[in-house]
Design a binder for this molecule. Structure first.
Ligand code: HPA
Ligand code: ZN
Length: 358
């Protein structure tokens, strides 16, 4: 995608000190957010009280203090425990509504939201309870915030193929009347759970005519990214930051324009990179990859999508206004919205950069 001469000049003259505000106010799409990962400690306490459950810690601050992770698994253990207070349709409505309000304030105009039904059905919460709460919140967000919302059902890769087929059976029963459910993804413990484990599940997902995405190359090796593309036929890779270890893979991702939904604060908090300044976001962009920036699990990783942008740009001075424009435009290009929607959002994005350049 080209940049016209007027925008090109604006990007050249945009003062660096205007960048933090622009990062917050530019329109953007959130393509990598786990709704269960948006569950703030305050809401955990509210829901525990609503259901007469034991409090997970003496205070909200004490709970937040437990969010010190050493790797993906150490996070997932706490993340699944946190989700155990989600029981009723109202709970899922409140969870998603709180996320949409925060996202709207961050100028997210399109959200493609992951949800993990197995985290709930395994505790006896019916699939339909989850779906109804999320759907009601999405309809509400579209009305009140003018945001466009879609859902992507993620399978938990640490569970069995049969378990995935079981939840797919439930989802299929609702799909015809659920236009916002646009795709299927794969998340949870990556190492030791390669994409091949779910080859047959995703063959069935593809036959349903929905989109396919997969977490790969977060902690797992570049081979898992190859397998997500070859075996699952993923259209986007979630994280994918380890692709730089394999130059043939990078060439392929560039050639096939496969987007990578990158979550810098997540990678930092889960020790994929020791420091935020070590993150390879700039290298991904310089390699010509279609990288985007997202929040993953904002309640656990210390920041929503705007914090991911602002903190990463602050930690990496090599990132420029031009990179900010490309990252936001990539988020629209990589979304599963219609071409007309994408064109309108990219035009609004262009206008926000022209206005900031003065
Ligand atoms: N990786 C894998 N599974 C997840 C993540 C993640 O970053 N967040 C929530 N589930
Ligand atoms: Zn994720």
């Amino acid at each position: 995608m080209d940049i016209d001469a007027e925008l090109d000049a604006a990007l050249d003259r945009l003062p660096a000190e205007r960048l933090p505000v622009l990062l917050r106010t530019m329109p953007k799409a959130e393509l990598h957010i786990h709704i269960e990962g948006s569950l703030e400690p305050e809401l955990i306490f509210t829901l525990a009280a609503r259901h007469g459950l034991p409090m997970p810690a003496p205070t909200v601050d004490a709970l937040r203090a437990k969010y010190a992770f050493t790797d993906l698994q150490s996070f997932l253990d706490i993340y699944y425990a946190g989700a155990s207070v989600l029981l009723t349709e109202e709970d899922f409505f409140d969870l998603a509504s709180a996320y949409f309000a925060r996202a709207a304030a961050d100028r997210v105009v399109r959200a493609e939201v992951f949800f993990d039904p197995q985290t709930h059905t395994s505790r006896g919460v019916p699939f339909e309870t989850v779906m109804r709460g999320l759907e009601r919140a999405a309809a509400d967000a579209e009305r009140t915030h003018g945001m466009s919302v879609a859902y992507i059902l993620c399978f938990l890769r640490h569970l069995s193929e049969q378990d995935a087929f079981d939840v797919l059976d439930e989802a299929e029963a609702h799909l015809a009347n659920w236009p916002r459910m646009i795709g299927f993804g794969l998340d949870s413990s990556e190492r030791g759970n390669p994409p091949e484990k779910f080859a047959r599940v995703f063959t069935r997902c593809r036959a349903l005519g929905r989109h396919i995405v997969a977490h790969a190359g977060e902690e797992g090796p570049p081979e898992y990214i190859h397998a997500a593309l070859d075996v699952l036929r993923a259209e986007r890779i979630d994280h994918g930051v380890r692709c730089l270890e394999d130059s043939a893979l990078v060439e392929r991702l560039v050639r096939e324009r496969i987007p990578l939904t990158v979550c810098p604060l997540s990678n930092y908090r889960l020790r994929v990179f020791d420091r935020l300044s070590d993150h390879n976001l700039d290298a991904l962009l310089r390699a010509g990859l279609c990288a985007t920036v997202h929040s993953d699990d904002p309640a656990y990783f210390g920041g929503d999508i705007n914090e991911n942008f602002v903190q990463t740009f602050a930690a990496k001075p090599e990132l420029t206004a031009r990179d900010a424009f490309h990252l936001a435009r990539n988020s629209f290009a990589a979304s599963f919205a219609t071409t007309a929607q994408k064109d309108a959002w990219i035009e609004a994005l262009r206008a926000s950069f022209l206005a900031a350049a003065g």
